[in-house]
Write a protein that binds this ligand. Sequence first.
Ligand code: SAM
Length: 214
Amino acid sequence: MVTFHIITIFPKMFASYLNEGVLGRAVNKKKKIKINFYNPRDFVKNKHKKVDDSPYGGGPGMVMMAEPILKAWQKAKGKKKKVKTIILSPRGKLFTNLYGRRILDEYRHIILISGRYEGLDARIKKVTKGEEISIGQYVLSGGELPALVLIDAISRQVKGVLGDFSSVEENRISSGELYTRPREIKYKNKKYKVPEVLISGYHRKIDEWREKRQ
Ligand code: SAM
C-alpha cells in the first residue's frame, strides 16, 4: 500500500479524478493506494481562514504562509520515519516515470504540497527538505493538477494497480499506433484500414511492426 498525503486548500478538486478508472479501482477496490488530505485552512485560527499574505520586499501577488502548511505537513508526517516530501513547483526538477519508480523503491508515504497564488514561503522548503518537482515548462494556477499527475503516474507503477498483463505490456512494447474495431472506417470518401499485419495473427511480425513504430 502506498499513501499519498496531499496538502491543498482545494481538496474537493481531487475527488472526481481519483474515484474513476484505474485509480478509482486502486483506491476503492484493490486498496493499493490511499489518499489523505490536509487543508492548511484547518490549521489557522483567524476568522477568515486566511493562508496567504503579501510578500516581504514587495512584488505582485500573494504568498502562501509557512505556518499553516508546516502544521499540515507535520500532521501528514506524524511519527513515520520514511516519508518523501515533494513540493509542486514550475521551477522544480522535471517529473519522469523513472523518478516515480525511484521514489517507490524507497518510500511508502509521499507528501505532495500544492501551492497557490504566487507560490510558497521559501521556509517551507527549508523546514520540510522537500524536493521541488515540476510537471512541465508552463505555469498552472495551482499544484492540484500536478499532484494528480504524479499520483496517477506513480500509482501505475505500484504492484497490483494495473492488471498483470497491462503492467507487463507497459514496460514492454507499446506502439505509437493503436487500432480497434472496425477494420475499416470511411471519412470524406476515403477509406482508413487497420494494417494487415495486426490481423495476421503472427505475433513475431506484430512485435516487429510495433517496435518500428515506437
Ligand atoms: N511564479 C510562481 C512560481 O514560479 O512558483 C507561480 C506560482 S503558480 C501560479 C501556483 C502554484 O501552482 C505553484 O506554487 C505550484 O505549486 C503550482 N504549479 C504551477 N505550475 C506548475 C508546474 N508546471 N509544475 C508543478 N507545479 C506547478
